[in-house]
Design a binder for this molecule. Sequence first.
Ligand code: KIV
Ligand code: ZN
Length: 542
Amino acid sequence: MKNPDQQNTSASDDAVVAGRVRIFDTTLRDGEQAPGFSMDRRAKLRMAQQLEALGVDVLEAGFPQASPDDFAAVAEIAGALKSTTVCALARCQDGDIDSAARALQAARHSRIHLFLSTSPLHREHKLGMSRAQVLDTAVRAIERARGFCHEVEFSAEDALRTEPEFLAEVFSAAVAAGASTLNAPDTVGYTTPDEIAELFRYLRQHVHGADKVVFSCHCHDDLGLAVANSLAAVGAGARQVECTINGIGERAGNAALEEVVMALKVRAPHFGVDTRIDTRQLYPSSRLLTELTGQAVPRNKAIVGANAFAHESGIHQHGMLKHRGTYEIMRPQDVGIAATLLVLGKHSGRAALRQRLQALGHTPDDTALESIFARFKTLADHGRELHDEDLEALALGRDPQAAGPWHLLQLHASSHFGGSASASVKLAHDDGHEVGEAAIGDGPVDATLRAIERATGTALALTRFQIDALGEGADAIGHAQLSARHAARDWRGHGRSSDIVEAAALAALAIVNRIERQSAANPPISTIAAPTPGRAQQETTA
Ligand code: KIV
Ligand code: ZN
């Protein structure tokens, strides 16, 4: 790391800009330390690069003193990022501060983030320190960290349960010792919007040197208030929000970055501030995190959930077709989602069905539409969500539920700890021939999908793979949902089985079958074949 006085000023430490809120992302520290979200170094680096593309001002890369791996991850990210300030967490202890400084050595813009509890509960039961000791420990640590780094953030852990006048005293001493960001975390997610706003207003009035520093909030979601509390803090003068992609973090998580950012953007006249975030990178960031951690977001998650821009009910679809503002307050493209999805299910009406069929190139007259609609309702009433392939089948007078032409006869998959996996499949085609193929892959599912690709001669570029358990305990059924690109189109397939590899194989076959049926319905002129009957085996839900 450069001498602190020679460091470039960064995106995060320029003079306080009244109208801009800094986004401090702690996905790789507070988020990653929560159960179920750990990432290896390669994954952390990939995520850090995406967060830089997203435009976060400060990226907390980890806690170097926690483990050699954490140290290495912070060092790697520090060396890789160009414009984002890379931050390392440290307790107010010499060893932590020195580790953080070493890990940040290669960073173009760096910050050491010190934290120490200030609340009476933590002082007594966790630290065994008096007020004076807390104050003294914080000041020494800040002075030491400033010896290494131009930017030092001080966090008063459990600030929202700290006596406000003591918090102001500690923060005043922190400013005098050289801290440039003062963070008041709601460590246990206890506060409410009006309370946190009052605290921030109090701090801005009572901290000596308040005008020289940035006040920051860091809210946990134990009562589901993290985003609301963060926005209330911004309303009261906080100019840095600490948050995470998908709201991951300790216990119930941290404030969700995408929610905070979009609230500030969509309600810009209300809040009167903005961020540097490229909001079109929000959805890609969320997707990448779910891929790297294997933890999906709920369908109804704000901004990035599968339903965030999806409409099924007939009344809503009708409104959306007339004016999208009727039921959407932001455009899906603004958060990086390609388009609004009018999901055709049992709540949908004729208007949405006709519109989707037209988009697919079918223009049924009123009588034909009526009969397609009747068939569509029967399928949808049985709980099916109908995708484009199904609608096309209906428009062509075919049964979208007819499975085949490929059927799974045999499947064998095995994996070895520390090695690759292999799979072999035997498939039967409705035209009477059988084919067997084997492949190796990164895991048994990957190997199975490759074997199916070989056997059917259909290349599938997988874009989504999700397995859910239906039911509980040993009797649970695996429900695999796959999406893949083929011939510049997206295809989806579902499969169910008590064996998850088999569920994935059935889902892949459902896709292959759809592709093959589709090309049989629109064949090149010389290859029209007689339709073959299906043997309902896969596609239990799609
Ligand atoms: O929640 C908290 O108090 C923290 C601090 C380390 C900022 O994560
Ligand atoms: Zn936290």
